[in-house]
Design a protein around this ligand. Structure first.
Ligand code: F6P
Length: 323
């Protein structure tokens, strides 16, 4: 293999730049030519493909976002779109890819490999930490710390005004962000998609706390919780507890930005190297990850289809610690 491409795709995450840097520098180190593909699969289809060298990634390790930009491409989901993308790669002589993204990115890479045999090694870049095959994804640690910082501030005002705050964190299908935010933020309740949430339980817990003279409360709601988002949950609870003063804060995309933490820079650098060395070593359709401190390569199909379960004990911990 002489020439590889690197791209970021799906929701961006802090540490993607550190990963791009590691991919480019590792390629240069091993004598490969490297091309940056802008805007993920969308840019691949449109031929937004540019040569990179070690200077192209100077001064980016500390930056949030992605210098390669990101997109979610509907066209790549069609056979016609993938054919266009393949033709572009052929024109540029690209023989292997490094994909930095989440499950949508790896689903695309998997089909692309089946159809055109382009080997891809992936790095898990998503704040959601919901990918099987790695203990942590790039950006997760930063996102949790960003959210926690905001929750600490909300706690101050909740306390001053005797209020209950419903704070929504990201996680369409996963409570991985919600759990450390709830435990680290001293929340009374956490609501995550992985466990069935009962509004009656939420109401009872708040009522019991109130009767025990607690005056302010934090409820962390993962955006994809089965009982609804934070706004919907707050409305249901407020209806049952009209004497409580409820407010909703949606942390939203603030969780996706910012300078990556040391842990994310380290992970991104390790996995960026692993992607390029994986391609050189003949890995084809796999995601690099770290499990229990060990570098592993997990087939894309497993990262997409297998669930990374949350230990239910964490939900219990929130209960115990908020008594
Ligand atoms: O996949 C990462 C993520 O941040 C999810 O947690 C969230 O549901 C989604 O992306 C938001 O996507 P968008 O940026 O397209 O609004």
């Amino acid at each position: 293999m002489k020439r590889i491409g690197v791209f970021t795709s799906g929701g961006d995450s802090p540490g993607m730049n550190a990963c791009i840097r590691a991919v480019v520098r590792t390629a240069v180190y091993h004598g490969l030519e490297v091309y940056g593909i802008h805007r993920g699969y969308k840019g691949m289809i449109q031929g937004e493909i540019y040569r990179m060298d070690s200077h192209s990634v100077s001064n980016i390790i500390q930056k949030g976002g992605t210098i390669l930009r990101s997109a979610r491409s509907k066209e790549f989901m069609t056979p016609e779109g993938r054919k266009k993308a393949y033709d572009q790669l052929q024109q540029h002589g690209i023989e292997g890819l490094v994909a930095i993204g989440g499950d949508g990115t790896f689903t695309g890479a998997n089909i692309f490999f089946e159809e055109y045999g382009i080997p891809t090694v992936g790095a898990p870049g998503t704040i959601d930490n919901d990918l099987f095959g790695t203990d942590y994804t790039i950006g997760y640690d930063t996102a949790v710390n960003t959210a926690l910082d905001a929750i600490d501030k909300i706690r101050d005002t909740a306390d001053s005004h005797d209020r209950v705050f419903f704070i929504e964190v990201m996680g369409r299908d996963s409570g991985y962000i919600a759990i450390p935010c709830a435990i680290g933020g001293g929340a009374e309740i956490v609501m995550i998609p992985e466990t069935e949430t009962s509004i009656d339980y939420v109401v009872d817990t708040l009522r019991t706390g109130w009767n025990r003279s607690k005056t302010s409360f934090i409820v962390i709601v993962a955006e994809g919780d089965d009982a609804g988002n934070a706004t919907q949950v707050a409305a249901q609870v407020q209806h049952e507890l009209p004497h409580m003063d409820a407010r909703v804060t949606i942390l939203g995309h603030v969780q996706r930005g910012g300078s990556p933490t040391a842990a994310d820079r380290m992970l991104a650098s390790q996995l960026g190297i692993a992607c390029v060395e994986g391609l050189i070593g003949g890995h084809k359709c796999e995601m690099a990850g770290i499990i229990n401190g060990e570098l592993t390569y997990t087939p894309f199909i497993e990262t997409i289809t297998k669930d990374k379960l949350i230990n239910p004990q964490y939900v219990k911990m929130v209960d115990i610690l908020s008594v």
